[in-house]
Design a protein around this ligand. Structure first.
Ligand code: IMP
Length: 426
């Protein structure tokens, strides 16, 4: 088992935390390769304790696993330290966590700019998590970012912050009418934080490649989801990084040929937070039912998630752009108790039938789902552990999804607990 990628196949929040947690016990390393503390994983352990992780890889909860925040991640130092302390306070050993020297830091001005930009956009806002993710990636690409390694060199850090603030302060003060940030204050805060994680800074791409060479296995954990990818998602309503499988190689520093399995996480229905198109969204009582039954509230922001039926166009698209080898289907139990379960098999766009993801943003916004109705089931699925014993209608639903998304389902979630999972040989 060399390198495995785990990626959300919809708009994020598919239940990756549980999958990472399960796979974490089969691998030696778990790596985050993009995004930052905009992510939110809830993991429920066998003793019933649940953990919400935002930045740190879910493997931290599996003893013996080494965890890496890769070069593709943007790290808010204050959030990192808080998350470490809260894990430690609950008895979790965090010593294995290492942070790439090349990961970028989310600076206080990134968070400030994220929030004011969203306010400025008004109705056209992206609905970001307000954690400074976009502005941090903007600086990375503009080559004015501050990296984790910069906390090791105060002089360089000072120069970089000074250069960055020269422009940012103009924007904050003159465009947004906000307070200017003080260079020394920002540097001092970052250094004070940095001193507390300095021992974790490492050349993680070297470590990961050495691990792979010595036969160890690595799980690359994507955050957000395929449709939130800055290249392949519903742009501009996306995040600012590449959660899709290709981003795993870039964001961790391993060769793409080391990746032998790409697991897509698919929720048995669809959810999205933030703005942007969502063809199967249910704005009626059924949407509310899914939200309640599925506990669909954002882990990071506490925002209610928009809910809708399963969209096979998106699932198939995810298979294609990620090279998904197999799927974990989550939250199948949430669909129990429905007379009929619609699946979106294609779209109608301005009178045309379309079976694949539309090419233009305009078409995505005009897409009206074409549904196929599957018979529902009434049994509580949470006690089931064997696929063949599931109610026939639930099995048929899974089989139809496999046919439509063009990849097999190797695991099915029937409840939030780690053990409430059905695995299949595919
Ligand atoms: P940002 O990543 O904070 O810039 O937000 C950009 C978009 O991605 C917004 O629509 C967010 O709601 C969405 N987003 C970011 N992180 C997550 C996540 O972990 N799950 C689901 N949506 C997310």
């Amino acid at each position: 088992m060399p390198a495995i990628v785990l990626i959300g196949a919809q708009w994020g929040d598919e239940g990756k935390g549980k999958a990472t947690d399960i796979l974490g016990s089969q691998v030696q390393w778990v790596v985050r390769y993009q995004g930052g503390n905009n992510a939110g994983h809830t993991v429920v352990l066998p003793d019933g304790q649940d953990f919400a992780l935002h930045l740190i890889p879910s493997g931290i909860l599996t003893p013996g696993v080494r965890n890496v925040i890769g070069n593709g991640v943007v790290v808010d130092p204050g959030v990192l330290l808080e998350e470490l302390s809260s894990l430690e306070a609950r008895g979790v050993d965090t010593t294995s966590l290492m942070i790439s020297a090349d990961a970028h830091l989310i600076m206080p001005y990134h968070v400030a700019i994220d929030k004011v930009t969203e306010r400025f956009l008004g109705k056209a806002k992206i609905g970001t998590t307000g954690r400074g993710i976009g502005p941090a990636y903007q600086d990375k690409v503009s080559r004015v970012g501050v990296r984790v390694a910069d906390v090791l060199d105060e002089k360089i850090l000072h120069q970089k912050v000074e250069a960055a603030l020269e422009l940012k302060n103009q924007i904050l003060v003159k465009v947004y009418n906000r307070r200017a940030l003080d260079v020394d204050e920002v540097v001092d805060t970052v250094l004070a934080h940095g001193r507390r994680f300095v021992d974790r800074i490492a050349d993680t791409r070297l470590l990961l490649n050495q691990a792979l060479e010595s036969g160890e296995s690595v799980l690359l954990e994507g955050s957000q989801g395929t449709l939130l990818d800055v290249d392949h998602g519903t742009y501009p309503f996306v995040t600012s990084s590449n959660p899709t499988a290709g981003g795993a190689a870039v964001g961790s520093g391993i060769g793409p040929n080391k990746i032998t399995r790409v697991i897509g996480i698919l929720k048995a229905y669809t959810t999205r937070v933030g703005s942007g198109p969502f063809p199967t969204e249910l704005l009626d009582a059924m949407g509310e039912h899914l939200r309640k039954a599925g506990g669909e509230v954002g882990v990071t922001t506490g925002r209610p998630r928009r809910c809708g039926w399963f969209d096979a166009v998106i699932g198939r698209y995810a298979t294609r752009v990620n090279g998904i080898t197999d799927f974990f289907l989550t939250k199948l139990d949430v669909l129990s108790g429905l007379e009929r379960v619609p699946i979106c098999v294609g779209y109608e766009i301005d009178g045309r039938r379309v079976d694949e993801m539309p090419m233009t943003q305009t078409d995505v916004h005009h897409a009206v789902p074409v549904y196929e109705e599957m018979p529902g089931w009434f049994e509580d699925l949470s006690p089931y552990r064997d696929f063949d014993e599931l109610p026939t209608a639930a099995r048929d639903y899974v089989h139809r999804i496999e046919e439509l998304v063009k990849a097999p389902v190797s695991a099915i979630g029937v409840g939030p607990g780690r053990d409430q999972t059905i695995t299949r040989d595919v």
